[in-house]
Design a protein around this ligand. Structure first.
Ligand code: SF4
Ligand code: SF4
Length: 321
């Protein structure tokens, strides 16, 4: 669940739980619920919500923004973002790096947002948050998502007369596509959150999550320049698609991470690779067995030698008497 948040609110994605009860209205809303709100350049607070905020970027946000700015992923990440942890987990991500005396978003001007058509998901959702229990890992279709309103004192949009249904508002903000693009990635984060930190995640796995989430250029290199394609069963059509199409590659990366981080179905290792691995393990076991046998034989020989010496000493003692 993503929405803009002022820096004094320490939650990453505003959730259905009342972490910030004064700003999140307790009412559960549906797509047909009504919302009185409008944001336009004439509101007295125009661009107030683009300062002192933490805006988490999803992989799709990064992809769209860096294409707009015509930058390679790593340059965009260095220039416009800073690292953070997602949703109080150990999953690394990025948020927009604020700039200037007013601690503002680098894309804000007095006339508004300079990347408006490609603004991040969090900016689109505001002030309507969404809670989706499917993100926690449940596949139960009866567990519906619901919406909630974030009402912060500085935001005067709530005083505007315009009324919409949540459905109309969301369609106006173009969030359906964002929902679709962000869904599986958010689900990874929420899974991590629901598993708790006692379930270990290696540093390598975290680095992979960060790389795939922020830098699709490098993730593509990983797919095509490592032994990845020799290891996994990937059909020719998917290979051709992820080679050229960034969105397809991003969605593929979510599938790969769900499989490697959480053991989700959907990716399989090639039979010959499994066979090779089994042979490697067997060979290591055989070596260990041979070594153990060798050590046992050496120990036996040492004992026999000692026994022989002891007998000889005894014999010598007998003779001496
Ligand atoms: S991306 Fe645009 S809408 Fe979002 S905080 Fe920055 S200036 Fe504001
Ligand atoms: S009305 Fe709300 S969303 Fe619009 S500029 Fe003001 S604070 Fe931001």
């Amino acid at each position: 669940m993503l929405t803009k948040q002022h820096i004094d609110d320490d939650s990453d994605f505003i959730e259905s739980t009342d972490k910030n009860p004064s700003n999140i209205l307790p009412e559960k809303l549906t797509l047909d619920s009504h919302l009185q709100f409008e944001c336009h350049p004439k509101v007295s607070c125009f661009t107030a919500c683009c300062h002192n905020i933490k805006i988490i970027l999803t992989p799709y946000d990064i992809l769209v923004l860096r294409k707009r700015l015509n930058l390679p992923a790593h340059e965009f990440i260095t220039e416009y973002t800073e690292p953070t942890y997602l949703e109080k987990t150990d999953m690394p991500g990025v948020n927009i790096k604020l700039v200037g005396e007013k601690n503002g978003c680098p894309f804000v001007t007095p006339d508004g947002c300079t990347v408006y058509e490609d603004r991040p998901s969090a900016c689109r959702y505001y002030p309507v948050g969404m809670a989706d229990f499917h993100e926690g890992g449940s596949d139960d279709p009866t567990e519906d998502k619901f919406f909630f309103l974030v009402k912060e004192p500085h935001c005067k949009g709530h005083e505007e007369p315009k009324r919409w249904t949540i459905r109309e508002w969301r369609s106006d903000q173009g969030v359906d596509l964002r929902d679709e693009m962000n869904k599986e990635w958010l689900r990874l984060v929420m899974r991590r959150k629901s598993f708790g930190l006692q379930a270990t995640l290696s540093e390598l796995a975290k680095r992979m999550f960060f790389m795939a989430s922020t830098d699709l250029d490098t993730f593509r290199k990983f797919i095509f320049e490592s032994s990845f394609l020799e290891t996994y069963e990937i059909d020719a059509e998917t290979i051709a698609k992820i080679k050229e199409d960034d969105v397809a590659l991003m969605l593929f990366s979510f599938k790969y991470m769900a499989n490697t981080l959480f053991g989700a179905a959907g990716m399989s290792i090639k039979a010959e690779k499994i066979q090779k691995k089994v042979e490697e393990i067997k060979s290591r076991q055989d070596e260990a067995l041979q070594q153990a046998e060798k050590e046992y034989e050496e120990l036996k020989a040492e004992r026999a030698c000692l026994e022989e010496k002891r007998q000889a000493a005894l014999k010598k003692g007998d003779t001496g008497n």
